[in-house]
Design a protein around this ligand. Sequence first.
Ligand code: ATP
Length: 315
Amino acid sequence: MKNVFCIGELLIDFVAEKQGSDLSKANNFTKKAGGAPANVASAIAKLGGKSFFIGCVGKDPFGTFLINTLTEGQVDVSLSQRSDTFTTLAFVSIAEDGERDFVFSRGADKELKYDRRLSKLFKDHIVHFGAATSFLGGYLEEAYSLYLQEAVSNNSFISFDPNFRADLWKGTEAIFVQKCIPFIEKSHLCKFSLEEAQLLSGKENLEEACAFLHKLGSKIITITLGGEGTYLSTPAVKKIIPSIKVSPIDTTGAGDAFIGCLLKQIALTTKLDTLTSGSEPLENMVQQANKAGAITTTNYGAIESLPTQQQLNQL
Ligand code: ATP
């Protein structure tokens, strides 16, 4: 089985307990481990895969909480770093009008320094780039580009999820798109939401968006469509793989569970070329990954509600 190296941010989400009021009125917050690449690493480990999280947190109690959370979830954090800068914090509330109210206090995640020893570890394994804060500057962005080059030269299977956050890129969306392009060019697998696929391609239509993104380089594209399922696009197949019927409570982390489950299965595949030539194995994998996404929506939080292999088998 291949290792999966997930690079990016690990942070604290302070979620307002009383939803329906904006942050200026919220008094009580629940502390949650957050960060898409960290969620993906957790999803893989919970399904029995071998995942590493590569990111930076502060040497403060919040950093300790985050590292402990991943460690308890069997994620290997030995390649992560701690910094004197405070741990990155995000405060989230859903205001009365249904809009997300969001305050972001960026700290240690940007301090991740490039480590040349990782290059050898990437050889023939899987490297997942889960963008979000990685394009916001700092040492992290520098390390991110270098790790992309290392993954290419070490024959790694490269996976990319841009995790576009509208709150972080208001008015600078075009810069975000530019930063994503080298990753789409070099990735074997890309996971987008519909909004991301449209933003990155400039095309409204799903098929046209995929055609544009394939032309950039990515062979396998998955576009997650919430309750409708996932659009899978490869040279051999273009279709929606329907989702599983559940009663969703909180969709946080569904996308991370989806890509984590897909990568866990790819990690078990010996001949990666066959993924894009035949349609069936990949379709089955996406079907499984849809289940992982669906299960995650049936509970509150991201890491807490990720499925085990047993839960997937039972569904
Ligand atoms: P995130 O906000 O976590 O990044 P995303 O927008 O990337 O999420 P979604 O489309 O919400 O991802 O969900 C990922 C997958 O989870 C979907 O492709 C689907 O298979 C499953 N899923 C999500 N919502 C539901 C739902 N309401 N019912 C059933 N399955 C769902």
